[in-house]
Design a protein around this ligand. Sequence first.
Ligand code: PMP
Length: 340
Amino acid sequence: MAMRFAPLRHDVLSLIGNTPMVKVTQLDTGPCELFLKLESQNPGGSIKDRIGLSMISAAEETGQLGPHQKHIVEATAGNTGLGLALVSAQKGYRLTLVIPDKMSQEKVLHLKALGAEIIMTRSDVDKGHPEYYQDMAERIARETGGFYVNQFANPANPLAHETTTGPEIAAQLEHRLDAMVCGVGSGGTLAGLSRYFAKAIPECEMVLADPQGSVLADYVKTGTMGKAGSWVVEGIGEDFLPPNADLSRVKKAYTIPDTESLDTARQLLQKAGILAGSSSGTLIAAALRYCREQTTPKRVCTFVCDSGNKYLSKMFNDFWMADQGFLPRAAHGDLRDVIT
Ligand code: PMP
């Protein structure tokens, strides 16, 4: 067989997308096959590079961004910010990001290194509160005259997944796919894939993976939205239904506690050698539950949304895990006394 090499590229933005797919054989998948699409391999490190590029390109096409408007404002859990920061740095835009304060330091440092202006706000307030990250970003855009990207309602977000992520998955799995497991942050991934698979692989079931505390899984199961709690997994789970989150094709939803998400990500690294972030832990935990419930073989796909190297100081740090109550404390004193 002829050797195939990745072609030489002349700009980093052309490296966005076309991510690899790997089959996981080291975890118990019951009668099923589990495939992971490694979105962590995008140049900004996450699935959100795709929408960083698509939302800025769409705004340029409609004239919302251009020589007269070079200031972008967005509310983000971090990864959309990284995608936007990567594209902004390449295209010469100024970027202001409003980020809830629970997000990992690695993401914030990466954003600062890319030249983004960061405004931290509270993680413990809901939509409608003036310090809620989305309300704050919208207000800053209004007051400064900047362009508010609004990934939660921007149609270029789901469109990126309908036109790139979906066709890549279909091609990589030769159109043989029974279930696609997604989380919802903005809802762009789920909505875009739902639309694409409705046409390309209509038999493919859309499955929601939701952190415990988020309102979305209950909404799928009961049609009603309860009160949101809190969770440590970053980037997925919501306290409201974003306009982009079209859940109409989702018939099955799993609520995953933080401890199961983090444990799954840690096991994935130890057993399969894949360094994945916290939301990937939630997605893979839900995918594994789905696989193990099946009585006939199914082909199931989900994402490694971002890399675990953004969470080395959190879920891959046993001290942090113990502090948060996710691991028992060391029996013979606390190692921090030795290290510090
Ligand atoms: N995983 C991570 C790590 C994310 O940052 C996000 C987006 N916030 C998602 C998953 C969810 O993607 P989407 O916004 O398309 O629903």
